[in-house]
Design a protein around this ligand. Structure first.
Ligand SMILES: [Fe+2]
Length: 190
């Protein structure tokens, strides 16, 4: 007799659960806690993962592969791959974010903004902590939280990113702590 196959967690099931969570819980602080186990489950299931998601351009240093977004850009899901020794500068998202490790460790540095934001283009941020996230570990961030990411390994790493909105539609920023500047942060897909 054939053994029953345990059902995996497919991307469309994840999207269905994501929509249900958002419909029940509009508050970002509560919603990210609802999304956390869903993202962890999808990240560790891995049935959706394709080799092409490991592609990352040298200019940007990371590859952004859109898996889903709603017609109005809500509920954006990406596979993001990171070239060895590359990363993203300090940035916020302008929307809630849940990031789950899929393949390889990624070091996150957390930053705190210490100026009052009253001077356009000027921002002062200081390091507030660091943590490396590995496969199956989940990072939840509120819209104004600032982090930077680096792949310290010698091979491409990959993580699953879930955002309340597509990150190119939120008016979010990147930060240069040395120059004390803030500027729009737009990613290139692919
Ligand atoms: Fe980020």
């Amino acid at each position: 007799m054939r053994a029953a196959r345990q059902a995996g967690y497919e991307l469309d099931e994840f999207i269905r659960d994501l929509r249900a969570a958002e419909a029940e819980t509009p508050d970002p602080a509560r919603l990210i806690q609802r999304v956390r186990p869903l993202a962890q489950r999808l990240a560790t299931d891995g049935g959706w993962l394709r080799q092409e998601y490991y592609a990352a351009g040298e200019a940007q240093g990371f590859g952004v592969h859109l898996l889903h977004e709603e017609a109005d850009h809500r509920l954006a899901v990406f596979a993001i791959s990171w070239l060895p020794a590359r990363g993203a500068p300090p940035h916020n998202h302008g929307t809630w974010a849940v990031v789950a490790g899929v393949d390889g460790p990624e070091r996150n540095t957390f930053w705190q903004r210490v100026d009052d934001g009253s001077r356009p283009g000027h921002a002062e941020i200081v390091k507030a902590g660091e943590r490396t996230f590995r496969e199956g570990e989940v990072l939840c961030l509120m819209p104004e939280a600032i982090h930077s990411v680096v792949n310290e390994t010698d091979r491409v790493t990959l993580s699953l990113h879930v955002y309340g909105r597509h990150i190119n539609t939120t008016g979010r920023s990147s930060f240069d702590p040395a120059a004390q500047t803030e500027q729009p942060f737009i990613v290139t897909e692919g």
